[in-house]
Design a protein around this ligand. Sequence first.
Ligand code: GTR
Length: 404
Amino acid sequence: MKTTILSILAMLCVVAASAQPTNVQVKKYGAEPLRFSTVEEWESVHRPVIYNFFQKEVYGYMPTRQVPMSYKELCSGPALGGKAIRKQVSIRLEGMATPILVLMYMPANADGPVPAFLGMNFKGNHQIVDDPAIIISENAPKGKELGEDPTRGAAASRWPLDMIIDAGYAVVTIYRGDVDPDFDDGFKNGIHPSFYAKGQTAPEAHEWGTIGAWAWSLSRVMDYLETDPAIDTKKVAVIGHSRLGKTSLWAGATDPRFAIVISNDSGCGGAALSIRKHGETVGAINKSFPHWFCDNYNKYSNNEEALFVDQQGLIALIAPRPVYVASATLDDWADPEGEFLSAVAASPVYELYGLKGLTGKKMPKPDSPILGGHVAYHIRTGKHDINSYDWEQYIKFANFHFGR
Ligand code: GTR
């Protein structure tokens, strides 16, 4: 009997092994459109190779070690004139001096769990709306002398809460500085030290930098959301602007629980193709922000030709989940055309799944979004920013994909 079970198991293993395409050669993808023969070939051969490249050479591996984490609901109550419920939660990680403060606004009239947009903010939760009940993080910028505006609601134009709540979505946000400060501190502060091995004082060349840490923390917020019955965690869109757009793309690539991924003006190291060297280059970004990527990424400074795969690979890692890439006309530094072409070059992977990508599409005119497929794109008139025009498109996109 035992022998029969073993031989059946052995046969199953052979079948499973032979299901792998054995004749597929992996060679450098560069910035080429990612065209493969089958979903199976993509998932079993190319996706793992591309994913490994981004982990090892670009954003750095996230830790595999578990660190004890706890949540605490700090307060909850009516907000936005009664149309929303504001909830604040702290996430504590062992080894971190301060908690990650999660700020949530949820539609008050919901009759069940609601879909949500989850994203980081730049300067503190209290900046997304002028609401005196928002707890100001100890890590938030404190004075104008630092070149930062500490005012409540200073970033409200980036978070059109009324529009989002009226559309039936929750907004969930955390401040980037609660996770890892955005300067080159040698990874002495923030989240990294909690994960060092004995005697370690900085991440290894292939280990996570700041963007990796930010993306990881969005997954930890998702862990919390999975315990909160107010949120429909099958319908969480991860969103970010600029450096936080690079972060949302990496969060989407690393965590399949994010049902939609939105990159707003993410540019170099985000959606844009690096090989074009238009606007910000890999060399420039590594020089100005040496802490964002892993040290291995320095190999590609002024050496973009050596990239095994360009940023279209990052977008493709999100497939088959819907992805939205957006640009702005005055944001030459982020290379709008490079962002569009990258979304186009990732599209064949979506099309393998029978989904609508952007293959064959031309760069649209300003303010003419290409919606309706699984890879969406728009270029908005105006500067490097995220505003209510952008959000309007993201809500339409989410409504379409969440069947609302
Ligand atoms: C710029 C940086 C960009 C972009 C931007 C931002 O200074 O060069 O890569 O991320 O900051 O986050 O606003």
